[in-house]
Write a new protein. Structure first.
Length: 458
């Protein structure tokens, strides 16, 4: 017998449960309701069968009178539609007294233990559908991430930003220090790259006069996997004309605080064992001050290398002073930035797209922001002089020649765009997955990505 192709006019279980909860124990409602979901438990008591029906919104008990319904066949894990009246049992359990039960899809595989759910992390990540159908908590976590993205988008729209889309396949990759994934464009007979950032295209739009733009989308970096890294990840980038990095700091703080209040109801979170408060303003620390506090600030490359090796740090892969500084930051400074912190004013060698500070031409108006020792994002007062940008690209070419595989590649077309004049601009990128980790209290990025990258399994 073929099963129905649709079950129209259904209500969410949560709304039916609310109606049932308003009744007195033993009382039945007057209005028939239609719900659908998956049978996740069943208990037989003589001529009565009790079953738990689950949909995205929640769970409710079904009361099935075998004598009234006649013969039916419903197994654990089946998806069914049910029609009947809300009621509360004498023990006070919100329920639906079923008058009609319609099988909609058969479960042909054994479910995991319905009490413990999917406990093996490997199974959770590889068969996420099982994790979701077995765990109300996992479904709630997935919905939290969705609300985070929706809240970010709505806030930026309300602030006058315009959402745009830029190419994912690009003839040149740029906007970050990262190795790309390559591919071939058959129609154009040309090698292309999956983007590592949206930055250079979004700033072209600032040149074009759109003034406040953002993109929420996927970026791809051919790098290792860790608790905070997934090669395919979601990033928000925005660019705002007539603003600098101080303006962007304040806007970032307001965005994070707003999203926290909208999605988890406040700014207090527990992340990687630390109680932190995301409320603005955040702590601000200059990069040089942070390195000096660790005894690691020097412009002399051999001296810095020596200090790092004294601390048992392997520096053989660090070919330049800039790479040594970055290694010092990730090893000794970033892990100490537990409370929400803005680390700012970076050396020019680490910041090919940031404007220099007024006080020191070797220091740029750049900041990164951290929670629980983890970087959430990166921002600049954007470099808007085409000649200076060309010189910075040349500087990065020297870094690459010295062995920095992740150095920023040049982009002559972007330099040409800047030559038409770009207003002073503040730009920012924030890792959506990492923000979801913080707000959801998750220690690994795999828990906030529905289908994380995993090694192939035979």
């Amino acid at each position: 017998m073929s099963l129905p192709k649709r079950f129209p006019d259904r209500d969410e279980i949560a709304s039916v449960r609310v109606g049932a909860e308003a009744l007195e124990p033993g009382q039945e409602g007057n209005e028939s309701r239609r719900i659908a979901g998956r049978i996740m438990a069943r208990r037989e008591m003589g001529k009565l069968v009790f079953a738990d029906l689950v949909d995205r919104s929640g769970r409710i008990q079904l009361l099935l009178d075998v004598a009234a319904l006649g013969e039916y066949h419903v197994n654990l894990g089946d998806i069914v539609g049910a029609a009947g009246v809300p009621m509360r049992t004498r023990r006070g359990e919100p329920s639906l007294k079923v008058a009609e039960l319609v099988p909609l899809a058969r479960n042909r595989s054994p479910l995991p233990d319905t009490w413990h759910g999917v406990t093996d992390p490997e199974v959770r990540y590889r068969r996420r559908y099982l994790d979701l159908l077995m765990s109300e908590e996992s479904r709630a976590e997935a919905m939290l991430r969705t609300r985070i993205v929706s809240s970010m988008r709505a806030w930026l729209d309300s602030e006058g930003f315009v959402e745009v889309e830029t190419p994912i396949l690009q003839p040149r990759y740029g906007g970050a220090f990262a190795e790309p994934f390559g591919t071939h464009y058959n129609a154009l007979d040309a090698d292309y790259y999956l983007r590592i950032a949206t930055e250079l295209y979004l700033k072209r739009l600032i040149v074009g006069g759109l003034e406040k733009v953002y993109e929420l989308g996927k970026d791809f970096r051919n790098e290792g996997v860790s608790y905070k890294h997934n090669p395919e990840f979601t990033q928000l980038e925005w660019y705002e004309a007539y603003a600098d990095y101080r303006d962007t700091m304040e806007r970032m703080e307001r965005l994070v605080e707003h999203v926290a209040r909208e999605t988890i109801g406040g700014t207090q979170v527990t992340f990687r064992g630390h109680e932190v408060d995301l409320k603005a303003p955040w702590k601000r620390v200059k990069l040089i001050d942070a390195l000096e506090q660790e005894g690691l600030w020097t412009r002399d490359e051999p001296e810095l290398r020596g200090r790092l090796e004294e601390r048992q740090l392997d520096t053989k892969h660090d070919k330049t002073w800039a790479q040594l500084v970055d290694h010092a930051l990730t090893s000794f400074v970033e892990p100490t930035l537990i409370e929400p912190t803005i680390l700012h004013d970076y050396p020019i060698e680490l910041s090919p797209f940031a404007r220099a500070t007024d006080d020191d031409p070797e220091i740029t108006e750049r900041f990164e922001f951290f929670v629980g020792g983890m970087e959430l994002g990166n921002a600049f007062s954007e470099l808007n002089d085409s000649e200076e940008q060309a010189a910075r690209f040349a500087m990065q070419a020297a870094e690459e020649a010295a062995g920095a595989l992740e150095a920023e590649r040049g982009d002559p077309d972007y330099v040409e765009a800047l030559s038409y004049g770009m207003p002073p601009t503040g730009g920012l990128g924030v890792g959506v997955d990492r923000l979801a980790m913080v707000l959801g209290g998750k220690d690994t990025i795999r828990d906030v990505i529905l289908f994380p990258a995993l090694r192939h399994k035979e």
